[in-house]
Ligand binder design. Sequence first.
Ligand code: AMP
Length: 381
Amino acid sequence: MKPLPPGSTIGIVGGGQLGRMSAMAAARLGYRCHILTDDALSPAAQVASSITLGDYNDLAALEEFSERCDVIAFEFENIDAEGLELLRAHRPVRPSPEILRIGQDRIAEKTFLNQTDIATAPWREVNSLAELAAAVAELGLPAVLKTTRLGYDGKGQALLRGVDDLESAFLDLSPKPLILEGFIDFACEISVIVARNPAGQIAVFDAVQNRHKDHILDLTLAPAPIDPLIAVRAQTYARNLAEALGLEGLLALELFVDRDGQVLANEMAPRPHNSGHWTIDACIVSQFEMHIRAVAGLPLPPATRHSDAVMKNLVGPEDLALWPEILATPGLIPHHYGKAEARPGRKMGHVTVLFPYGALPGDFGINDALGALATTDGSLS
Ligand code: AMP
């Protein structure tokens, strides 16, 4: 495939901050972005050259959208199968609908990971209460019961501690089928972002550590303060996954590191990822530029990190209230997503702090890492 020439239009399905930051990276490479969004003032719509206003599963909107793009990418990937086929009939879709479908279904995803020799938590498909009881007998308790589709930020899952929890959790979670996973007593959660272009070139970012608050990503530490061999294993998993999928685009692989140093993949997201926002400020090529390069068929430079970094998400009205202080604090790199309303739990922006390369050592406590982020009243930490 020939590289997409500057002046071409990249279609992005989804109007959120991932689309916004992708469109900003695309603009720097001379591309226009056309966004499919259901909100004319969405974060991506504000920085794009044009939009199609419509629902993600509205076939007429998908058709109009695709006709206005040279290639189609995603920042939101939960498009139904019919919509994906329609897009594919009109334009190259990257990543392919097959990859999006695998990522939409935890059972297809875990099956693919295991077939690619990527370790995961032990798991069983669960269609009935009897199957749940049988799966619990095999995997033991505690265990985590999840919906196979449309779960995010801890929604659509339940921790089963005792046999009394089985029935209510099974009845509460929908749609069925569900998946039961063995509970991983993890030492930390990490992620790796990998890009692959249609020519088969691959770029893998450093593994990072992710810390959550109320099931939402709070902090990313780059690089992850873990044994380098564990980080390399996670990167190798991501590279193997990109190859096995024949990825054209970019994906994030989220993993657990258990107390024995085993690396277990949890899930993949075939798009830029919140845990890669640090790359804008700490890498020569950010995840968003790498995404656009992969989708446009451009060469992929190495995913070189020039600095260590901590990224903090700004979530909801509480964090957004810190914006003036953030702007007034030297060393904080602010990113605002342009959302009009700061509802609780909504990702409004993020802040990155850079450290010299290698200066975020393994024994750095999170409070040390956040020293530079702390405001006078310590509210950010
Ligand atoms: P997920 O929706 O799969 O990303 O899960 C959300 C969060 O739940 C993860 O970031 C973990 O903190 C936790 N979690 C998910 N699956 C497991 C598991 N099998 N064992 C322990 N914790 C889990």
